[in-house]
Design a binder for this molecule. Sequence first.
Ligand code: SF4
Length: 223
Amino acid sequence: MSSTIRSPWLIHYDASSCNGCDIEVLACLTPLFDVERFGIINTGNPKHADIFLVTGSVNERNIGVVQQIYSQMLEPKVVIACGVCACSGGIFRDCYNTLGGIDAAIPVDVYAPGCAVRPEAIIDAVVTGLGVLEDRRKALAAGTLQPVALPRSVTAADKLVGGETVRAAAAASTREALEVLAACESPAATGGEALESPASHGGEALEACQSRESPTATGTQEA
Ligand code: SF4
């Protein structure tokens, strides 16, 4: 057993957690669970850490920070996603600015679910991570450890919703809105009477346009 496995150091980062999972991480370090008795030490320096413990989900603001901390850690290293938000995005998964779990930014080795994740689950995940760390240490010594390519330029606009990106969906709905407004401004669509400014009229312009386009909406009947 290598010294890294006997005394792994970890770095903890709160990506966008509600702090529920962070309190449980801190509980692991307090005398009740006392992970230091296993040689596990919490460090603030990525270059000293073997294990990256992340809570919360990834969004457009923190993806760069998560990737930077990961990149600053030396090989071999292990990533643990703590809590369901870190595992998959959790209850924030469908938020427009949430990209997903930590694996949207960096490769995750161990998932510790729970809301909030229990200290026992965190300790269990760290112990599981030690096995991965040892395998990676051997691969590094043998020269077979493959470098990981991190996703670049990922933003909330690149998030896939219903099979298309948020960027594409927003562009399509903007195009559609502009077409409706252009139709409203056209004298043909408004019965020869151009509306002043659809923007100043807000929803009224759209309603007026739609009601003129639909004979049944205006109460007229075709012969
Ligand atoms: S998993 Fe639950 S407790 Fe943990 S950060 Fe998410 S919402 Fe908070």
